[in-house]
Design a binder for this molecule. Structure first.
Ligand code: HEC
Length: 219
C-alpha cells in the first residue's frame, strides 16, 4: 500500500530542512542583529578621532616614504592608510591564516591580550568582519605595538628574516625595487599597528592584574 505523504522520507527531510534553515536564520541572523543593532557603527571619521601613537611613529621611522605617499601624519592620511591596509589584508588573504578574535578560553588573554567584545567589531573596517576562520599564524587583534615598525617591515618582506621557522609567505610587492616600503607596505603596517590600539590601556591593566611570576611569557 502506498505511504501517505506525511510518512514519506522526502516529507520528513523537507520539514527538517526548513526547520533547520529557520533555526539558523534566527540564531545566526536575528539574535546577533537584535544584540548588535543598538551599538553605534563607527565610521572612518570616528576611528580617526583616536590616531594611535604608532601612526606618528611610522611617519617618523620612514620619513621619505611616508611623505611621498601620504604627506603628513594626520586624520586624512590615517584614514587613507588604515583603509588601504585593510583592503590589502583582504586581498592578500592574511585573514586565511590569521584570526582577529580573542576568546576567553585556552589562555588566549595571556597569549594575545584582552578578550574581544562585540562593540570592537562595530566599525566600517570590520564589514565584513575579520574574525577569520583558522589560525595558521597568531591572532592579530591586539597586534598594535607588539612589534616595532622595522620588525613588521622585515617580517613582511621575508618572514624567515626574523622568524626562521616561519611558513608565512613573503610579500616583496609591499616594497619598492630598492627595498623601501611602498604605499601598500606602509598601509599594511599602519593597519597592523592600529589593530587593538584602542584597547592598549586596558591590555596593560590586564597584564598588571596577572601575578608577576606568570608575566614573563607575555611581555
Ligand atoms: C599561509 C599562512 C599565512 C598568511 C597568508 C599570512 N600569514 Fe602572517 N603569519 C603566519 C604564521 C605561521 C606566523 C607565525 C610565524 C611568524 O611570525 O612568521 C605569522 C605571523 C605574523 C605576524 C607576527 C605576529 C606576532 O606579533 O608574532 C604578523 C604581524 C603577520 N603574520 C601578519 C600577516 C599579514 C599582514 C599577512 C598578509 C599580508 C599575513 N600575515 C599572511 C602565517 C600566515
Amino acid at each position: 500500500m502506498a505511504k501517505s505523504p506525511i510518512e514519506r522520507f522526502s516529507t520528513v527531510f523537507l520539514v527538517a530542512g526548513l526547520s533547520f534553515f529557520l533555526f539558523s536564520f534566527v540564531s545566526s541572523g536575528l539574535v546577533p542583529w537584535l544584540m548588535m543593532n543598538k551599538i553605534p557603527t563607527q565610521s572612518l571619521d570616528d576611528l580617526a578621532k583616536h590616531i594611535p601613537k604608532s601612526f606618528y611613529k611610522l611617519a617618523a621611522d620612514y620619513p621619505q616614504e611616508f611623505k611621498l605617499y601620504y604627506g603628513e601624519p594626520n586624520a586624512a592620511s590615517f584614514k587613507e592608510a588604515i583603509s588601504l591596509g585593510r583592503d590589502n589584508y583582504i586581498a592578500e588573504a592574511c585573514w586565511h591564516c590569521h584570526s582577529q578574535q580573542i576568546r576567553p578560553i585556552s589562555n588566549e588573554p595571556q597569549r594575545w591580550g584582552k578578550v574581544s567584545t562585540a562593540d570592537e567589531y562595530q566599525n566600517v573596517l570590520q564589514m565584513p568582519q575579520m574574525m577569520g576562520t583558522r589560525r595558521v599564524g597568531p591572532d592579530l587583534f591586539r597586534e598594535s605595538e607588539r612589534r616595532s615598525n622595522d620588525w613588521q617591515m622585515a617580517h613582511l618582506f621575508k618572514p624567515t628574516n626574523v622568524v626562521p621557522s616561519s611558513v608565512m609567505p613573503e610579500f616583496p610587492w609591499f616594497f619598492s625595487a630598492d627595498k623601501h616600503p611602498n604605499k601598500r607596505g606602509l598601509a599594511v603596517v599602519a593597519y597592523l599597528q592600529w589593530l587593538g590600539s584602542w584597547a592598549k590601556d586596558s591590555t596593560d591593566e590586564m597584564i598588571q592584574s596577572i601575578p608577576k611570576d606568570n608575566r614573563a611569557s607575555i611581555q
